[in-house]
Design a protein around this ligand. Sequence first.
Ligand code: BG6
Length: 518
Amino acid sequence: MTLSPVPENPLRDVGLRLHRTPPPCTLIIFGVTGDLASRKLLPALYNLALRRLLPTGFTVVGYARREKNHEPFRQEMHEAVAQFSRTTPLQEAVWKSFAEGLFYQQGNFDDPAGYRKLKEMLEQAERERGTGGNRLFYLATPPAFFPEIISQLGAAGLVQAISGSERRPWSRIIIEKPFGHDLASAQELNRQVLQVFHEDQVYRIDHYLGKETVQNLLVFRFANGIFEPIWNRRYVDHVQITVAESLGVEGRGDYYETAGVIRDIIQNHMLQLLSLTAMEPPVTAEANAIRDEKVKVLRAIRPIRPDEVGQYTVRGQYGPGVIAGERVPGYREEPDVAPDSVTETYAALKLYIDSWRWAGVPFYLRSGKRLPKRVTEIAIQFKGVPLMLFANGAGNDIEPNVLGLNIQPDEGIALRFGAKVPGPAMRIRPVAMDFRYGAAFGDAAPDAYERLLLDCMLGDSTLFTRRDEVEAAWQFITPIIEGWKASQPHFPNYAAGTWGPEESQRFMEQDGRRWRRL
Ligand code: BG6
């Protein structure tokens, strides 16, 4: 079945999106008994309820394989929200009214009978709670079930043929990562999804895009006149993007063994950060205009061929070590991890974006688990002055200007520059102009899932990944994975609690650069 495209609503322009209460709808969560639902989705929905951002009659139907009635399900979700909500304590009155719209439907993912029962339940909820037939499906199951669920939804006639208009009910689908495990599987999944849904109805989620500081990248770059003129190869020496985590695999060894950091973080979260950093100004703030520019960046990344991985990448795996004073096991000792696993938990890449703006400017990306701290940062390192009047060394510490965009946890932006140390001598030291979100705005930022769930209900796909984007990302990543497969790494090669393998320091040194100390 192919569906005809729906015209974009011009009022979706970011600048006009001030009233943000979505129309009534039902959210159907597949795999509701899993971790994602209890740690992220339900807490996000409860916080939306608390902020009065959910529509009246908002309904959630959890669909999963285990037998369960509505009441015990509500009780479990209550416990999960009490534990994981970003706001505490739980406001029982808000929870009570939210929980009245919470239902459970038992069913196997491949059993048509389950979907028939789901349909009845949805129709009943729609009649009784006035959700207008609007349906938002959320795939929070392991990815192996995605194709089956999608085709069952289509076969059961649960999907309305359009993504929504003022008068007719809409159906949309949110698909969690990982979206495929390489280019071919991502293309195949896209093909399966698009047999049942139109692209306008598909919301591929990358929770990094829901982070306030990530969205601020667009504002920082395109609502301020002073940075854009220097945001290019004439002024920028190189860019470093770091996603460091101190956590290990947290009981997800099974999944992580099939992913590694390249699929878990780099293919999605980091390439999103990269494309927002490197994109051209879009012609409007509308979803597709922004995504058009992001996809151009991904397509302009110079491919790293399998035989070039030694030159452009470093990979690592942590062994036992100490983090924050505590001994932690090595990756190979984690549950569900093979004792001789060659899955990488650290990777660094150097890439080039072959465009007029970025020709010749290296972008260094690194991410790893069990690094000394959790920090995500984008650093734009500028070129030095053309002629240095002051002697470096001998009490002078002259470093190039760096603009550091701290995505988390100390959300803020800092510009480093050289300043004269007060006193009779001409001594220079780097100092920083610092902007901190917390100090400037006070309020704690909402969780990424709050923003993304709300956007999807509003039909705003700006912060979701389009089909061509996800494929372009895999197009770049897949040959690297192939290149790595061709040789046996010597793992483990870094101790938990250190900044990755030695080799990654040399990787920078050979370019005359060094990783930022974070
Ligand atoms: C997830 C990964 O997508 O992102 C996890 O699967 C990782 O392995 C997490 O820990 C990091 O997210 P955040 O928001 O804590 O930076």
